[in-house]
Design a protein around this ligand. Structure first.
Ligand code: SF4
Length: 224
């Protein structure tokens, strides 16, 4: 599995914070992931990220667990829709460097918390590492987003909030129709995070996405 393959390849300079990170994060509730998957992800990222910056490290690990769950939801159906019925191939919505966590609007926001800025920087470093790892042997598109390979995105675990949550209108309509309207709250939450100005750790993710996503997608799939 590409995500575990990348986690396994991450350099591990310092495991001094791993036990306390596991204690703090493992019980937070990740309904789309197995306990083993959660523990492994916490251990590998804790061993890799700077042990001195506890708050940022934990926020980034929590965000990575969140994005892995969003990824699991997309894998259960919506991603196939994008591959088969995208109205603007070959790049679709990946027509620009949307992977940048803080765009100009976010950066100009005077309310930015230092933790959010530090998170954006740390996620950016992880993105470069993951794209290099996952892009090995693949042909990059050289147009559109610079992390896009010809066969798709080179990121899975550390996408920006915009990339992780973006859904174009036809896809949202399809999810809504297939669920007979039950996906309304889920789609509203997805849209809220996708279009938020990134200013604090809370603006990266939404518990409503997980809760409503579990109602929609978990009956139809196993855990990642
Ligand atoms: S990072 Fe991936 S999902 Fe985001 S725009 Fe680039 S190719 Fe698309």
């Amino acid at each position: 599995m590409p995500i575990d393959n990348w986690l396994g390849a991450l350099p591990q300079p310092d495991h001094s914070a791993t036990d306390s990170d596991l204690l703090c994060l493992a019980e937070c509730g990740s309904p789309f992931l197995t306990d083993a998957c959660v523990s492994n992800q916490i251990e590998r990222l804790s061993g890799h990220l700077d042990a001195r910056h506890k708050e940022v490290r934990r926020q980034v690990i929590a965000y990575s667990l969140y994005t892995r769950q969003v990824d699991a939801m997309l894998q259960s159906g919506p991603r196939a829709f994008c591959g088969g019925r995208c109205p603007t191939p070959p790049a679709g919505c990946c027509n620009y460097n949307h992977y940048v966590v803080m765009n100009i609007t976010d950066v100009m926001n005077s309310q930015n918390s230092p933790t959010a800025l530090h998170m954006a920087h740390t996620i950016g470093l992880l993105q470069q590492q993951q794209s290099g790892h996952n892009g090995a042997g693949r042909t990059m598109s050289l147009r559109y987003c610079s992390l896009l390979a010809e066969d798709g995105c080179t990121l899975r675990l550390v996408k920006s909030p915009r990339c992780a949550h973006y859904m174009y209108d036809a896809l949202k309509q399809s999810i809504l129709e297939e669920s007979a309207g039950a996906a309304k709250l889920f789609l509203a939450a997805i849209k809220r995070v996708e279009s938020s100005t990134i200013s604090s750790p809370d603006s990266f993710a939404s518990q409503t996405v997980i809760d409503e996503g579990a109602l929609l997608f978990l009956p139809h799939q196993g855990q990642a």
